[in-house]
Design a binder for this molecule. Sequence first.
Ligand SMILES: [Zn+2]
Length: 306
Amino acid sequence: MSPAGRAGPYPTYGSTGPAGPTTGFVEVADRVFVARYKQWDVNVGLVLGRDGAVVIDTRASDVQGSQVLDDVRRLARDIEVRHVVNTHVHFDHTFGNAAFDTATVHAHDNVGRTLEADAERIKGLFRADPGDGPELGYTARDAADVLATAVRGPDRTFCSHATIDLGDRVVTMAYAGRGHTDGDVAVHVPDTDALFLGDLIEESAHPSFGIDSWPLEWADTRASHLVEASDRSVVVPGHGRPVDGRFVARQRDDIAAVAAVIRERRLGGGSLEDALHEPDPRLPYPLDHLGSAIRRGWEQFSPPTP
Ligand SMILES: [Zn+2]
């Protein structure tokens, strides 16, 4: 997500769980919890094990990260958060990291490489527009908290796979290619079939194609992660209600349709301007949601030389 906004109407097919923000964590699988917060409608995951807890994403500021920690402690005072995983680089998933000062923060290599610059980019947007964002659930105070946050990056990064051992269970992290960003990871709890996909999937908004997205590769990346999911999987998106495998497959097809139209227009020799403004019935999202997708896809696709 970016502070720029989101488009509706939102799909609900295959969604489960409460339709709006929750108060604290809700258990979605055995000792696997999700809290859905009003600001940017972002999800935070929590996995409990014998040797401590893993928190998945940390919200958008120091203040919000501390609120997550309070919500963890409300479940049980003695839970020690020993690990944090950032599903990707964006501020609404990473700026709360510093609140977890006893935890090791894990993320993909590319998050370690890009977090500082992305944080400055986002802070620049908030400096330029420091007001509230009612459609995204944040106040001017929340925006000020974002700006006041000293961003903490990952302590441990990985290229393809990594595992966290919680004593009686493991949590796995996997990278399968570029999509929403160049550093999206899936977090899997294999003994429960719970799968956190960050913003590779969104339930309460269309998938977010930002200026750092990879629209032509996203569908394949998501298909790779689906291999880890079964019919019984609980798939937690970055924003919105948990969904099932059918929802993930359907949104993958929608993203593949966007990529197919971009490729076809690029191959057909048309102009970028035309692609940005000509409606196409095969596009599953409104054109005004796809500006960055089309621009990025245009740059990223090299038509074969004759
Ligand atoms: Zn994002």
